[in-house]
Design a protein around this ligand. Sequence first.
Ligand code: C5P
Length: 224
Amino acid sequence: MIITIDGPTASGKSSVAKALAEQLGWYYLNTGMLYRAVTYLLLNNYKYTLENLTNVAPEDLAACTDHSRFTYHYDPVDGVEIVYDDVTITQYLKDASIDQAVCLISPQPHLREAMCEFQRQLAQQYDVVTDGRDTGSVVFPHAQYKFFLTASLDVRAQRWQKDQKKRGHDYTLQECKERIAYRDAKDQERGHSPLVIPQGGIVIDNSTLDFAQTIEVFLKYIQE
Ligand code: C5P
């Protein structure tokens, strides 16, 4: 069984997906963390910079996504953990520098194909709730439930601002809006697996809903 939740930046899809996985006792697959991890590895282990990140050598990409070196773990107590060459890198992946860099690398077809394969292999082992940009449209088009979670730019910018504050970064609301709009545009405009509402997807706008109300709406569809 698979439930997919796609949507733009800061729509709350990761928190919702994690909460649903916990309630259902399923595995949680956060696909944004996979793309963040590869971005981190290219910048840190393979010494790429923002200038040449759009032009990654295929062998470096293959090394970053090599299943024997790159692993994803989830358990309800410790959450998501990504390990590369036996080193946990999860704690670096939500950094604002990765936020801005990831959409430079995420359009690359070789990376997307490798990540797609990675996600499908995980889903063979577990019942999965997954979130991302293309999980319902490309990776799991036959999922039992395909959701698209969104909210207004203002609301998403406020959420992102709050989240960044907790991480020690102070951005004005205008800066938050610009950063989010930049990432959304990059994700929507790319040629390979752009952010779209998946065919048959259930659209939920949570601009005026709090977290508990959002979960309630999802469960209503799932229990039906
Ligand atoms: O979901 P999150 O904000 O962590 O995703 C970070 C970035 O990773 C997105 O902006 C997008 O460029 C990329 N991504 C993707 N496809 C996915 C998940 C994330 O391209 N399924």
